[in-house]
Design a protein around this ligand. Structure first.
Ligand code: SAH
Length: 519
């Protein structure tokens, strides 16, 4: 790989914290001179909730992040985007190019370990500015046989503005050609190879003979979650009595019904504060306009999602336990699994899938795709994100601005929203979705990058660096990525890999997860 002593460290990332740093304060917004709102989206959400009732956290999150009318990622930003110190937050690939280089090397080692076969299909979900993919493709382009085997590249991105920014970086143009499934442009790193942008992974073709390599960096934490609380029936207040024309209907109580139930936490508007800000005033901490409340009645999701896994069942005895479940994440990861392992039925009862629980998340029967048969499992997915390694996330839904966590209910569309990733839920869905895959990790980012050789790579680059300031920045950046302090990126970020499971084959740990380079 080429050593590049200049421009080694993304200077934008040096002083920022890992994630989500808005630069602008909210301006109070009013369309009529009556109640003032932080954003037009706040007004729209309140009106919708007033008409139809409180909405799930997932619906709120989806609107705030990717709504056409002012979603955090999909809104038009004026001159600057959400990333870097001039934007809102900073991520690992933006901190140091070594991060993307090591991910590129990881893909290369997998390609070798899997016998260098098939046409490689590279894809990334939620690519942000495109920095990670740029470093990955630049790295891959120096491994000529691997680069030659890359047949197609796909970027799954909801934001039009970010698609254009990614295209500028990866294709040298923001002029994209419209196709049946999205938009495309030639890849500047791999001659003859096209990059296609899609709004959803379902548009990315599944090819039987392709070897898919899938990357997801800080994508799953941005996908909507549902939140449930385990409420004992005895705690449901009498105010939940429903008044009907034929008399009141009280909630059922009594010893036989004293059972805990998962109730969904839903989003409702707050009354207008007594002293609203004026429309021209910037307020550093605008008050929340929404809050969470416990749904007294079951919602479609509360009846179904907490039943998906025995992990949730174990918490049913704990009053007021909270769990967060992201069905969209389960759906995405199941899609990854099928692309790698196919969804052929298991051929023998001795295969590990035969012993697996059958709780795969399938949104509805009508959206279940045709089985995708692969002659031989192949490819890999690498998921890098933050979240606990082995527990179910609870109370992790948050907004992030100005380098700090804030209420997710202020300035909808201007504040980034995220929640911890439930890695074990992803692993469980992966294994349930395909008999042809196995999961490795999650391991801490410090372990993944450490065993991928971040220190050695940084030392080589330091040797080539003449400038003291460049050396200092390089040193700070790589150490930051593997910092194992209580809130360090090396500890809170995790890596998880999905690999092909070959029946009768030997289990092979991948590099970065405790394995060696093989092939
Ligand atoms: N991977 C990048 C960016 C992370 S931010 C990095 O680490 O720097 C999350 C990214 O996911 C953004 O590009 C955002 O626009 C995209 N995104 C969020 N929700 C999405 C969805 N539902 N479908 C597709 N892309 C989405």
């Amino acid at each position: 790989m080429r050593a590049n002593s200049l421009n080694l460290v993304r200077t934008a990332g040096r002083s920022a914290r890992p994630r989500r740093i808005p630069t602008k304060c909210a301006i109070r917004w009013s369309s009529t001179g009556e109640r003032q709102w932080s954003t037009p989206l706040a007004k729209q959400l309140t009106e919708a909730i007033t008409t139809t009732g409180p909405i799930s956290v997932a619906a709120y999150m989806r609107q705030c992040l990717t709504s056409d009318s002012g979603g955090y990622y999909t809104r038009q930003t004026t001159g600057h985007d959400q990333f870097g110190t001039k934007g809102d937050f900073i991520t690992s690939p933006e901190i140091s190019q070594i991060f993307g280089e090591l991910v590129g090397i990881w893909l290369y080692t997998e390609w070798i370990a899997q016998g260098k076969s098939g046409k490689v299909q590279i894809m990334e979900v939620g690519p942000g500015r495109g920095t990670l993919m740029s470093d990955v493709l630049r790295t891959i382009s120096s491994f000529k046989p691997f680069a030659k085997s890359v047949g197609s590249i796909y970027m799954v991105e909801a934001s039009e503005q970010l698609r254009k920014q990614q295209a500028q970086l990866l294709s040298g143009t923001a002029e994209l050609t419209e196709t049946d499934i999205g938009w495309s442009a030639p890849c500047k790193y791999i001659p003859g190879c096209n990059i296609t942008w899609c709004e959803d992974i379902r548009f990315v073709p599944k090819e039987e003979s392709a070897t898919p390599f899938i990357l997801a960096h800080e994508f799953f934490d941005a996908l909507p979650i549902h939140v449930f609380q385990n409420v004992p029936s005895s705690k449901i207040p009498s105010s939940s009595t429903i008044v009907t024309p034929t008399g009141p209907i009280a909630p059922k109580t009594g010893p036989h019904t004293l059972k805990n139930h998962w109730h969904e936490l839903v989003v409702a508007p707050l009354p207008e504060p007594d002293t609203p800000s004026t429309s021209s005033t910037s307020t550093p901490n605008p008050p929340p306009e929404f809050h969470l409340t416990v749904s007294k009645t079951p919602t479609p999701h509360s009846l179904y999602l907490p039943q998906l896994s025995s992990r949730y069942k174990k918490l049913e005895k704990i009053d007021d336990a909270i769990i967060e479940i992201s069905p969209e994440s389960l759906s995405y990861v199941s899609d990854f699994a099928v692309r790698i392992g196919g969804d052929n039925p298991p051929s023998s009862t001795s295969s590990p899938s035969a012993a697996r629980p059958t709780t795969t998340y399938t949104p509805t029967a009508s959206t279940k795709p045709e089985p995708f048969k692969k002659p031989q499992p192949s490819g890999a997915a690498l998921i890098l994100d933050y979240g606990p390694a082995d527990t179910i996330p609870a109370n992790t839904f948050r907004g992030i601005r100005s380098h700090t966590t804030c209420s997710p209910f202020t300035s909808p569309g201007l504040v980034d929203l995220s929640a911890d990733v439930d890695f074990l839920a992803l692993a469980e869905s992966t294994l349930n979705a395909s008999p042809g895959v196995e999961v490795h990790g999650p391991v801490e980012q410090a372990f993944f990058l450490g065993t991928m050789g971040i220190k050695e790579r940084a030392e080589r680059l330091l040797q080539g660096a003449k400038d003291e300031e460049v050396k200092r920045r390089l040193e700070t950046a790589w150490k930051r990525l593997v910092d194992r302090g209580p809130t360090g990126m090396g500890r809170i970020y995790k890596a998880m890999a999905i690999l092909p499971y070959i029946e009768g084959g030997k289990v092979r740990r991948p590099v970065g997860f405790g394995g060696d380079v093989v092939g």
